[in-house]
Write a protein that binds this ligand. Sequence first.
Ligand code: ADP
Ligand code: 5GP
Length: 216
Amino acid sequence: MKRTHKNNPQVAAPVRGELFVVSAPSGAGKTTILKRVLAHLHGVTYSVSHTTRPPRPGEVDGRDYHFVTHEEFRELIENGAFLEWAQVHTDLYGTSREEVEQAVQRGEDVVLDIDVQGARSIRENYHGGVFIFIVPPSMEELERRLKKRGTETEATIRVRLENARRELEAMVEYDYIVVNDDLDLAVEVVKSIFLAERTKRDRVLPLVQAMLGLTL
Ligand code: ADP
Ligand code: 5GP
C-alpha cells in the first residue's frame, strides 16, 4: 500500500486501537485470509495466542502460537494472564492480556483469531470490538479443505467437523459474515471491513480535525 499522510486515520489509529475478533469453523480459511489481509494493512497486529496443541509442520513458536504445556497454561490462567481462554476441540487456547493491551495502547488495531466461546467472553468483558465470522461455501467444501490441509488425523478432522455445526449457530452474534468461496474476493471483503471500521466518525473525527487545523 502506498503511504499516505502519516495521520491519515485509515493508516493510524487516533488513540486506542480496536479489537477485530475473527472466528470461523476450522478449515473455513480464516488463517489464509488473515495472513493476506495483514500483509496489506498498516497498523494491525496479530495477537499470538497460547495453546497446548502441538505445532503443525511449518508453524513457528512465537509467530503462529506460543506453544505451552498444560501445566504452563494452567499457571497462566492462575496468574490472570489471559484476556480470554477456552477449550477448543481437544486443546486449550488463550489470548494474552498484556500483548493485546500494549498493542491497543500503541494505537494499533489487534486481530484476535479466536473461537466462538472466546468471542463471547470478549463481547461480555471488553468495551468495543468488531466481530467478523467467516463461513465456507458448503459443508462438503469445509470437509474437503480440512482434508486438503492435511495437518490433522482423521479422528481430529471428525471432531472439528462435528464442532463446525455448533460454531455456525453462533454466527448470528457477529457484526459481519464473510463467505470464503473465492479467496481473492473474501480477502478484499475482510480488508474493506477493516478500512470501513477505521473510517467510522467517532474514530476519525479528532484526527481529521487536527489534520485540518479545525477547533470545533
Ligand atoms: P482455518 O484457519 O479457518 O482453519 P485455513 O486457512 O488453514 O483454515 O484453510 C484450510 C485449507 O483450505 C487450507 O489448505 C487452505 O489453503 C484452503 N483454503 C482456504 N481458503 C480457500 C478458498 N477460498 N478456496 C479453496 N481453498 C481454500
Ligand atoms: P487451530 O488449532 O486450527 O489453530 O485453532 C483451532 C481454533 O482455536 C480456531 O477456531 C481458532 O480461532 C481458535 N483459537 C486460536 N487461538 C485462540 C485463543 O486464544 N482463544 C480462543 N478462545 N480460541 C482460539
